[in-house]
Design a protein around this ligand. Structure first.
Ligand code: PLP
Length: 492
């Protein structure tokens, strides 16, 4: 959709490119292995074998037994499952779950849900390095505690928690331990026997495998019960004919984990180079992911005073994919809970980007990215203005030389009404609307939370629109800043 000169993918914590060997295996399975793994005739034997080989492959890579692995549709399912099943089993005799402030939304929102059912959720404090206070953990566990839920490695800043220590503290006090290990797999060694955790979740698409397949490790003998009722698949715990091509892809991706981890030093050197160059080339920068306690592929950088959405869109204009540390939902553009937990202000969190590299990332790509960042701060990239919601007032928006371009979805427009006289367009389908957007007007792009609009603004720039800006924090922030105007006119 957007113009770019080169494609540099630095968002490997979000998802990864499927590897050649995975693609080959999946294609083979899709083409040739169609039997239902549960059937008894010969056509299905190969399916059953492929299923079990994939299970063995994942089990081996985390030092588990194959019968301790349950395939799920994704890590979010695995996370939901452990938390809900354990709460259901122990409540009301026990009701407390201890967790960290920096968990993935698949954990945090499930905990919120369980809170509504009567769970007491205790969040451990996080320090500036994204680690917890282990003494606080010890103090927090009481005889009402069901579970300690702590991720192995964080997705936004890459901080690594001492899971073995957490398990040792928890077990002394009879609490179970669950660790979301999605970001740790393939980046650091995982040995579930050595760390002695009870449950862990994994996802194939973070390790060059396919999307839509995850796994749950349940230590032998630990409580678990059927969570999709039906047939006897996955030991009767998760019914439904297995997604064999995805499972085969997951198993194949696991075969490359050792090699990936052995490339850690190369990745780590690239990270060090990137950070040291960033510090030299950008005058006001703060790195949130430096040191031994962080994944070697993750760089969280705060470009003090900058707007991360605008910077992210500017990098996208140059073909570079990175992620803002913020929760990129189109509703409320809240600053990242992880960055807040490690002590960043709202403003700093909104100035932070995450770069997550892979074993395939090259120095050339890093240099290209550094140059784009430098160009951005030296005003060598096309300019788009980020208008604060307060400044996007009635007189600016109603000016005859202004066109407001609303790129929100139907449902977003229902939840917050549109600015009068705005042109309704679509974020992904913006191309279709170009003929309606005049080149001689000032174009102000608005989306729901302020995340999408800078991308569209840069797209318009690439199409020759000279005067393009966007409203920071989108309609969400605009509505609050212009309450009187919104109440009087919006939606007319
Ligand atoms: N947990 C962590 C730490 C993650 O980074 C992710 C993916 O973003 C998930 C869970 C969810 O994984 P999935 O996409 O497989 O549901």
């Amino acid at each position: 959709m957007f113009r770019f000169r080169k494609e540099v993918y630095l968002d490997n914590n979000a998802t990864t490119k499927i590897s050649k060997s995975v693609l080959q295996k999946m294609t083979f399975v899709l083409k040739n292995v169609y039997g239902n793994p549960s059937s008894l005739y010969k056509t299905s034997h190969q399916s059953a074998q492929i299923l079990e080989m994939a299970r063995e492959s994942l089990a081996k890579s985390i030092n588990a037994a194959p019968n301790e692995i349950i395939f799920t549709s994704c890590a979010s399912e695995s996370n939901n499952t452990v938390l809900k099943i354990l709460f259901e089993k122990y409540y009301p005799e026990k009701s407390k779950i201890i967790s960290t402030e920096i968990e993935h939304p698949a954990v945090l929102t499930t905990l919120e849900y369980l809170k509504g059912k009567g769970a007491e959720i205790y969040f451990l404090n996080t320090n500036s390095k994204g680690d917890i206070d282990y003494a606080e953990l010890e103090r927090a566990i009481d005889d009402k505690t069901i579970l300690v839920c702590a991720m192995n490695a964080n997705n936004e800043i890459g901080s690594i928690l001492d899971i073995k220590r957490i398990a040792s503290i928890a077990h002394k006090k009879n609490a179970l331990v669950f660790s979301d290990s999605v970001q740790a797999l393939g980046k650091i060694n995982i040995d579930v026997k050595d760390s002695n955790i009870d449950y862990a979740s994994f996802s194939a698409h973070k390790i060059n495998g396919p999307k839509g397949i995850g796994a749950l490790y349940v230590k032998s003998g630990r409580p678990i019960s059927s969570f999709i009722h039906g047939g006897h698949q996955e030991n009767g715990l998760r019914a439904g004919t297995e997604s064999l091509h995805n499972i085969a892809g997951f198993g194949t991706a696991c075969l490359s984990l050792e090699e990936k981890i052995s490339n850690k030093e190369k990745i780590s050197n690239l990270k060090k180079y990137f950070i040291s160059e960033l510090k030299q080339r950008v005058s006001r920068i703060k790195i949130n992911s430096e040191g031994n306690n962080f994944l070697s592929n993750t760089i969280s950088a705060t470009f003090i005073g900058a707007n991360n959405e605008k910077l992210m869109a500017a990098l996208d204009y140059r073909g570079i994919s990175v992620s803002a540390g913020s929760a990129c939902n189109t509703q409320e553009n809240a600053p990242s809970h992880v960055l807040k937990a490690i002590g960043l202000s709202d403003e700093e969190a909104r100035a932070t980007l995450r770069f997550s590299i892979s074993d395939k990332t090259t120095k050339k790509e890093i240099d290209y990215t550094l140059r784009a960042i430098e160009d951005y701060f030296n005003d060598k990239l096309p300019k788009i203005e980020a208008i604060s919601p307060k400044k996007a007032n009635e007189s600016l928006l109603m000016d005859k030389s202004t066109l407001v371009l609303d790129i929100r979805s139907e449902s977003d427009r229902k939840s917050i009404k549109s600015i009068p006289n705005s042109l309704q367009a679509e974020f992904l389908g913006i191309k279709k609307y170009l003929h309606k957007i005049p080149k001689d007007k000032r174009i102000i792009v608005v989306c729901q939370g302020g995340v999408n609009s800078p991308f569209t603004a840069y797209y318009l720039k690439s199409k020759g629109y000279r005067n393009v800006s966007f409203i920071m924090t989108g309609m969400w922030g605009w509505k609050f800043a212009n309450k009187d105007y919104y109440d009087r006119y919006a939606g007319e």
